[in-house]
Design a protein around this ligand. Structure first.
Ligand code: SPV
Ligand code: MN
Length: 625
């Protein structure tokens, strides 16, 4: 460590913590920590290694500071975020962009110099009276071609504790870094708090410096804004993946069981709140990860890893019937952080848990009673829609045995899904990699949800469910996807699912568990083990196969009437969708590859021909004639 740095650091760090830092002889790390200490001016600094004692210290700190409160069951704690701090703040999440760098058109950016000056102004002396915690992680399994080292500085023990549940320890890996600058760094402060919640919400800022690969987050606690290795680092990773020719995606990774104990691995992209975690947790299948995946080409196949090692999942509607595995975990002893649920005498409750709720308790609005209204006159529910649980994946019995494999798992299928009430069939397979990337991934639309601040229920463009996190121009990103599949010996099959299709009266056409059946069908399709019907938009299941699977998997009688309602091709809606998508790309996205428009054009032609032949709404049986 440089002399000047050591002097400043000595003032704030105890001997032991200083040693822990010095054991990582990395100049960039030392510069980053020193700069943050000088800027934020904490009273003390705790350096957390991978040792059980250090980890335990952070866990205890979160309760001592009051950011978490112990619940009745052993290991359970509850944390509350502020009333207006319950989701990702898209408006105040910005890239710091140096002059001359093009991150694309739909990107919330601010001039780097200006942004740095602003956020450093807010961070000045912000940790006076607090302890800064320094934590090291690896994104992706350690010591693998996928691993990215990452360090977080935060004055919130809740944030540091959450990260312990969500990421693999990385202190030892940092020691191997040498002088390399190749790691992500995050600086967070909850800012001024009252009753342990951030109060300067108007000064909430989440800035991502793509040049130095640093994330700043301030005056917020909600984990999506503060746990730097979720979506904030994903934004940095997308740029890194672009430079190094791989993909960083908002995707779950899971194994689906086929005949004779075969396991076929899938990745699946859904916008937040559209069934991602419950898909990864389908009973009988195995989970690798539920939120973020890195994908690389290895020996002619796509391999994927889970970036994380825990789940920060939406708790609403988790009940013994809808999510039996998660339910069991949440109601058993073990380390869990509940956030923004209802706490009644140390018992957590949430909307849709299937239990009768007490009339009073504490929640993110403070002392809560049924019928309580907020400033805008809206009734406050017992728990927030975006209330969550945070837990290690290793606590789940269904964790896949390859979840930590350094090579990742070989991917047989890639799935795209959104919240779409009126257009696409529940499940279909693309004709090819390129067709899937363009018409399923790049054309994904979904209604807005409570995972981000703002109005819900608006159809929005969500390419690859990754739009919120893009840090390269979208056209380039789509081009990367198309290229990624080219030349692979075994390219994954691409599928589109839609769990949210409704009839004309607005009634959902599928049950929550129907996805179990779609998964089984997709698994067989990857291996060519089941026939399918070719429609203008892709391959769909045959009735007789679905009827068989519904009986086998769900013990349900599936009727021809249901099948026809669900799988009728809705030509007018699909044509409108193509027009919307084409317009978005033609007017806003400059560098989409030519092949993108060709594939859309071919799809439209097939739809027009089918309309000519069979009319506007086409029963799937027609395509068999
Ligand atoms: C999501 O909203 O997609 C999440 C949670 O996975 S957050 O950490 O807020 O991104
Ligand atoms: Mn997510």
């Amino acid at each position: 460590m440089k002399k000047g740095h050591a002097k400043i650091i000595r003032l704030k760090l105890k001997e032991d913590d200083l040693h822990k830092l010095e054991k990582i002889p990395n100049p960039r790390l030392h510069r980053f920590v020193t700069d943050a200490v000088v800027l934020c001016n904490p009273d003390s600094v705790f350096v957390c290694t991978d040792s059980p004692a250090d980890i335990e210290y952070v866990r205890k700190r979160a309760v001592e500071t009051g950011e978490e409160k112990s619940l009745k069951m052993e290991g359970h704690t509850v944390h509350f975020d502020g009333y207006y701090d319950q989701a990702r703040d898209k408006a105040n999440t910005k890239y710091l962009v140096p002059r001359g760098l093009d991150l694309g058109t739909n990107i919330n950016a601010i001039d780097r110099k200006k942004g740095l000056a602003e956020i450093r102004g807010i961070l000045k002396n912000i940790m006076v009276g607090r302890e800064m915690i320094v934590r090291f992680f690896t994104l992706g399994p350690g010591n693998s071609i996928f691993s990215i080292s990452a360090v977080q500085l935060t004055d919130s023990a809740y944030v540091a504790h959450s990260e312990d549940l969500l990421y693999r320890p990385g202190y030892e890996q940092f020691k191997q870094l040498g002088e390399s600058d190749d790691f992500f760094a995050v600086l967070h402060s909850a800012g001024e708090t009252e009753n342990n919640v951030s109060i300067n919400i108007d000064q909430r800022r989440i800035y991502i410096d793509v040049e130095e690969e640093v994330v700043y987050s301030v005056n917020t606690q909600y984990a999506g804004n503060t746990v730097g290795f979720k979506k904030l680092s994903l934004r940095l990773t997308i740029r890194k993946a672009d430079r190094e020719s791989w993909l960083a995606e908002h995707m779950l990774v899971m194994g689906i069981r086929g005949p004779k104990d075969r396991i076929t691995y899938f990745t699946a992209a859904f916008p937040s709140f559209c069934g991602k975690t419950s898909t990864a947790m389908v009973p009988g299948e195995s989970i690798v990860g539920d939120d973020i995946a890195y994908l690389r080409r290895i020996s002619g196949r796509v391999h994927a890893v889970n970036v994380e090692s825990g789940i920060f999942g939406i708790i609403q509607d988790v009940n013994p019937d809808s999510d039996p595995t998660i339910w069991k975990l949440l109601t058993s002893p073990g380390e869990i952080i509940f956030s923004n649920v209802l706490d009644v005498d140390g018992m957590p409750y949430w909307v849709g848990d299937g239990r009768k709720h007490p009339e009073r308790g504490s929640n993110y609005a403070g002392a809560w009673y049924r019928g309580m209204k907020d400033k805008e006159g809206n009734e406050i529910a017992a728990s927030h829609k975006n209330a969550r649980y945070c837990v290690r994946l290793s606590n789940f019995p269904n964790l896949d045995k390859l979840a930590d494999d350094a090579k990742g798992v070989p991917i047989g299928g890639v799935v795209y899904g959104g919240r779409d009430g009126d257009t696409l069939v529940p499940v279909q397979e693309s004709f090819s990699w390129g067709h899937g990337v363009v018409t399923m991934g790049a054309s994904l639309e979904s209604e807005t949800t409570a995972a981000t601040l703002g109005q819900e229920g608006i159809r929005s463009f969500q390419p690859m469910s990754n739009l919120d996190f893009l840090s390269i121009p979208l056209g380039r990103y789509i081009q990367n996807h198309i290229m990624f599949g080219i030349g692979l010996q075994h390219p994954p099959a691409i599928f589109a699912v839609n769990y949210f299709l409704k009839d004309k009266k607005g009634k959902y056409l599928n049950g929550i568990k129907d996805k179990y059946v779609w998964l089984k069908w997709m698994e067989l399709r990857v291996h060519g083990d089941v026939p399918a019907i070719a429609t203008p938009t892709g391959f769909i299941p045959q009735f007789r196969d679905l009827a068989k699977f519904f009986k086998q998997v769900l013990d349900k009688d599936y009727s021809e009437k249901e099948y026809v309602e669900q799988f009728t091709l809705r030509i007018p809606e699909i044509l409108k969708k193509i027009i919307r998508i084409e317009k978005i790309y033609r007017t806003g996205i400059m560098d989409s590859p030519h092949i993108f428009y060709d594939i859309l054009h071919e799809q439209r032609q097939r739809l027009l021909e089918a309309r000519e032949k069979y009319g506007e709404y086409i029963s799937p049986f027609k395509f068999l004639e």
